[in-house]
Design a protein around this ligand. Structure first.
Ligand code: HEM
Length: 261
């Protein structure tokens, strides 16, 4: 493979850089997840991390690990093969939420052109290749289960929040993908598409707690979980862990990237 100088961009990095070729001086490129040129040596020296960022990242990862482990433990210690399609639901939903957490952390924040390109790639792989399919299949599983057993749909707060968050998730994927794929062609390309990315970010920070509230409702209150697990296990897995994850992700938010005016 030919060597490349440290300052050279790969083809895909160059592609993202070109997205910013509009040259609008008033437009900050800080909020973008993809690399854009910043004049001077400033960008190379700028640290991406604030005090407490690392602690918050560990907090988010550990709490989601607890949430996933509690879920898998409760399912696998309760004779999962006797429950039709149901076990697929908590197993995949928890895995999907774990992926979303990592996918958000990996973009929080990225400031240098190279870390932006790498972060965006990790984000897309985690969200689209694993997280989203898990949530889609996990939702399909519970719908098949309910259909097979003749149970009513969306009859609980968990079911209603689940429906809303899954629909929102589909919109979230469209907003995010549309604003970066093919130079954001789906949203008119260039700066127009970049503006949409801001909404993808904001919407993601609302959707993340919504998904965790959904998981809390299903884990802490549903009849199946309450009759198949210890109260302390449920409390740690479905109340403490989601709260810690939300606080940790919010602690890492850069409000400077949230300006809309
Ligand atoms: C973000 C994650 C989750 C989403 C989006 C979600 C979504 C849903 C939806 C849409 C339904 C209702 C389907 C219908 O009524 O037709 C449902 C049902 C159910 N889910 Fe989840 N779920 C999630 C996580 C969990 C977790 C972690 C558990 C257990 C630990 C769980 C346990 C249940 C149970 C027991 C039901 C059947 C009872 C009911 O409808 O409330 N879910 N889920």
């Amino acid at each position: 493979m030919p060597e490349r100088a440290p300052s050279e961009l790969t083809e895909s990095e160059e592609h993202y850089r070109l997205l910013d070729a509009s040259g609008h001086p008033e437009t900050s490129v800080e909020h973008l997840p993809f690399p854009a040129p910043i004049m001077g040596s400033d960008s190379a020296d700028k640290s991406e991390e604030r005090r407490g960022d690392k602690l918050a990242a560990y907090g988010a990862l550990v709490s989601m690990l607890v949430f996933v482990c509690v879920t898998w433990f409760v399912v696998f210690t309760n004779n999962p093969t006797s429950m039709g399609w149901f076990p697929v639901h908590p197993l995949l939903q928890s895995l999907g939420l774990g992926c979303f957490t990592y996918g958000i952390l990996t973009l929080q924040p990225t400031a240098h052109p190279k870390t932006k390109a790498a972060g965006l790639q990790r984000h897309q792989k985690t969200m689209l290749a694993v997280g989203f399919p898990c949530i889609a299949l996990g939702t399909l599983a519970i719908e098949i289960q309910k259909f097979n057993r003749g149970h009513g749909h969306f009859a609980t707060w968990h079911g209603i929040f689940g429906l809303v968050s899954v629909a929102w998730l589909v919109g979230q994927v469209i907003l995010g993908g549309g604003s970066v794929w093919f130079g954001g062609a789906a949203f008119g390309g260039g700066m127009k598409a970049k503006m949409i990315w801001k909404y993808h970010r904001l919407s993601g920070y609302v959707l993340f707690p919504l998904l965790l509230i959904t998981a809390h409702l299903g884990g802490a209150w549903s009849t199946w979980v309450t009759s198949h697990s210890q109260p302390v296990v449920r409390f740690v897995g479905y109340t403490v862990a989601p709260i810690v994850a939300i606080l940790a992700i919010y602690a890492r938010v850069r409000t400077s990237k949230m300006k809309f005016l």
